[in-house]
Design a protein. Structure first.
Length: 267
């Protein structure tokens, strides 16, 4: 038995040999809910690009700023697609610090991520984790947690942070969620691209082929298309660190930032 096997955040029957993006991301953020196979891939990525952990941290900081922006616009319910393993400053913490009644549904298909989320949220009546594939939009939108916690007739904050680049076909998925949301809803996303130097090495995509989550980088025009039906707020489509940076967020050269980022409103 390894030091992780049998841990209460690992569900019975989970495949511990197949690395996952959620657990790799957890490792890069300094979390403890990852396995040896995940760490091995993360370390290969760091050998290819030593800045990959910095990219992950800036992405996480964007998520927090985007949620705070939506809260400022009056949004009080959030659907977090591809939510991963909860770490400090996750969506329900940020939202419920502003309004304890804010509702959050996390969606991920990775069993460890969902199991840990369920444990974290067991005493939180306004947040729940759903084990589902975000591409099965009908299953997600008709699920019990979504029906119980979210009112789709009112504005929703749809979060797709580092989700799109794991999907080979993405526009239809985003479009289905958009069509289900009320006017005033927001979409926040980040997306991997080869447009910038930091993550453009083809060995990164090749390394991720050893995991259950292959990556599909997209161009600026392709990422902009995911906002179809949404009006981008200032500063438009930029990079994660450069979207409305706060006083503690340094402006970063896009060539080093690596992820497109933006927030749009459905009018």
């Amino acid at each position: 038995m390894t030091d992780q096997e049998g841990a209460d955040w690992i569900p019975p029957g989970a495949d511990l040999s197949r690395p996952s993006a959620a657990r790799i991301y957890d490792y890069l953020l300094g979390g403890a809910h990852n396995l040896a196979a995940d760490r091995a891939v993360a370390q290969k990525l760091e050998a290819i690009q030593p800045q990959v952990a910095s990219v992950a941290r800036r992405n996480r900081a964007f998520l927090r700023r985007a949620v705070r922006f939506m809260l400022d616009q009056g949004v009080r319910q959030f659907l977090d697609l591809g939510s991963g393993i909860p770490t400090v400053g996750n969506v329900h913490e940020v939202a419920q610090a502003v309004d304890p009644a804010a509702k959050v549904v996390y969606v991920d298909y990775e069993p460890v991520a969902v199991t840990h989320s369920v444990m974290l949220l067991k005493d939180n009546p306004n947040a729940e984790a759903l084990e589902a594939d975000a591409t099965d939009t009908e299953a997600v939108l008709s699920s019990e947690p979504v029906k119980r916690l979210l009112d789709l007739g009112e504005p929703v904050g749809l979060l797709a942070v580092t989700l799109g680049h794991y999907l080979p076909e993405v526009e239809g998925v985003f479009g289905a969620y958009r069509d289900a949301l009320a006017p005033g809803s927001h979409l926040a996303l980040t997306h991997l691209t080869n447009d910038f130097a930091v993550l453009s090495d083809p060995k990164i995509a090749e390394t991720m082929k050893s995991t259950q989550d292959h990556i599909y980088p997209r161009t600026r025009a392709e990422v902009l298309a995911l906002f179809d039906g949404f009006e981008l707020v200032e500063p438009g489509l930029t990079t994660s660190a450069n979207w409305r940076p706060d006083r503690v967020t340094a402006v970063v050269d896009p060539e080093e930032d690596g992820l497109y980022a933006g927030v749009g409103i459905k009018r």
